[in-house]
Design a protein around this ligand. Structure first.
Ligand SMILES: *Cc1c(COP(=O)(O)O)cnc(C)c1O
Length: 386
């Protein structure tokens, strides 16, 4: 490209030569970094923390394929296949289903930026770090944020949610299906129906649980559901999955104000992902190779079948929990029915510092496990996902 421009400037003669002079009007201030002359080196690690997870070979290979244009028809075809894959793993028929160019946080921001307007009442179930983050983003938008706070290890019952709905009359409720900082699996049956009775939409984070535990977006009345690529799906980080029910879409399309983010404006994204009947327009350049990988990760789970993936995670969890308890360790989540199959939290044994344990496993075995996050920091050790 640069060479072509230089040749063009020679061909154009003296006028264009001025352009070349401007290019070289200063000495370089920063030298090429020595570190970049060394080859890239990646250790061979088994990732057993709360994400990212190691890539499946087929997903890894897809990420190494050549880039095509983000608006080529072959790319639109891949995007359509990704949409169908998301509809399958979410168990939804929502037309407004797409992948976001960004990690799980980006999908959460896309949901909140588009659904909330300043002054809206927003009810947030907090039982770990993810509810805290949702509340933080809601405050930035200027929503009236009401938090229902449980200790790490706890979950939100239907009765507690109903009290919150009756008291705060929110337009939106946030719940986390798999609270990866504490290892809690939040039940979801009945919550959608309850929200709708109170004219509230239900938003669920399934970043750490999708593919490993059942979720039925349409049948459970979930209005907005998002997940990430780098956890159970074993794809690289950088893309996320998002879907909106017709009710949620309606709230977005009847907004009085534009969402604060252009990058995450769902009307634009819906068009670019072929979710409306307008011709697709350039919005931003998508992470093309990340989308190849995401497509392959969705293909793998479609081939395996959701029910088989759920069974596999359930059985692995039962085995791991049995062995850990056999060693005399205590699981952080007391009720077995509320334990998340993807992430096992172990109470830090008395007299030990969690950092010494996670460092030991990393230094001796090249295996990543991690300490708690946010409210569970120092209380639990997290292991899981692969
Ligand atoms: C990892 C995780 C996220 C955030 O995802 P990023 O891809 O790191 O932005 C959100 N929610 C849950 C439950 C998670 O485990």
């Amino acid at each position: 490209m640069l060479r072509a421009l230089a040749m063009a400037s020679v061909a154009l003669g003296p006028q264009a030569a001025g352009w070349a002079r401007t290019m070289a009007s200063h000495q370089l201030l920063v030298a090429p970094p020595e570190a970049l002359r060394k080859p890239l080196s990646i250790p061979n690690r088994l990732l057993l923390g709360p994400g990212p997870a190691n890539l499946a070979p087929r997903v890894l290979a897809a990420g190494g394929l050549q880039v095509i244009g983000h608006m080529h028809k072959e790319m639109y075809q891949i995007m359509d296949e990704i949409k169908q894959g998301i509809q399958y793993v979410f168990q939804t028929r929502n037309p407004l289903t797409l992948a976001i160019s960004g990690s799980g946080h980006c999908a959460l921001e896309a949901a909140l930026f588009n659904l909330l307007e300043p002054g809206d009442s927003f009810l947030v179930g907090v039982n770990g770090i993810w509810g805290q983050r949702a509340a933080d983003i809601g405050e930035r938008i200027g929503a009236r944020v009401h938090m229902m706070v449980k200790d790490p290890g706890g979950h939100h019952t239907l009765r507690e949610v109903e009290e919150g709905l009756a008291q705060h009359k929110p337009v939106l409720l946030f719940l986390t299906q798999g609270e990866s900082s504490s290892g809690v699996l939040q039940p979801l049956n009945g919550y959608g129906e309850l929200c709708h009775r109170y004219k509230c939409l239900l938003l669920v984070d399934s970043v750490a649980s999708l593919g490993a535990v059942p979720i039925y977006m349409d049948q459970q009345g979930i209005d907005v559901l998002y997940s990430g690529s780098q956890k159970v799906l074993n794809a690289p980080p950088g893309t996320s999955l998002l879907s909106f029910s017709d009710k949620a879409k309606n709230k977005i399309y009847t907004r009085k104000t534009k969402p604060f983010s252009f990058y995450l404006d769902i009307k634009w994204l819906a068009n670019f992902w072929g979710c409306d009947d307008q011709p697709r327009m350039y919005h931003h350049t998508t992470p093309i190779t990340g989308l190849y990988s995401l497509r392959e990760s969705l293909a793998l789970i479609a081939e395996q079948g959701l029910e088989d993936s759920w069974r596999q995670h359930r059985e692995t969890m039962a085995y791991l929990h049995g062995r850990l308890q056999g060693l005399g360790l205590r699981l952080f989540v007391k009720d077995p029915a509320l334990r998340l199959p993807t992430i096992t939290t172990v109470a830090v044994p008395a007299g030990y510092n969690w950092r010494d344990i996670t460092n030991y496993v990393m230094d001796h075995f090249d295996i990543e496990i991690t300490g708690g996050l946010g409210p569970s920091m120092g209380k639990a050790i997290l292991s899981g996902l692969d």
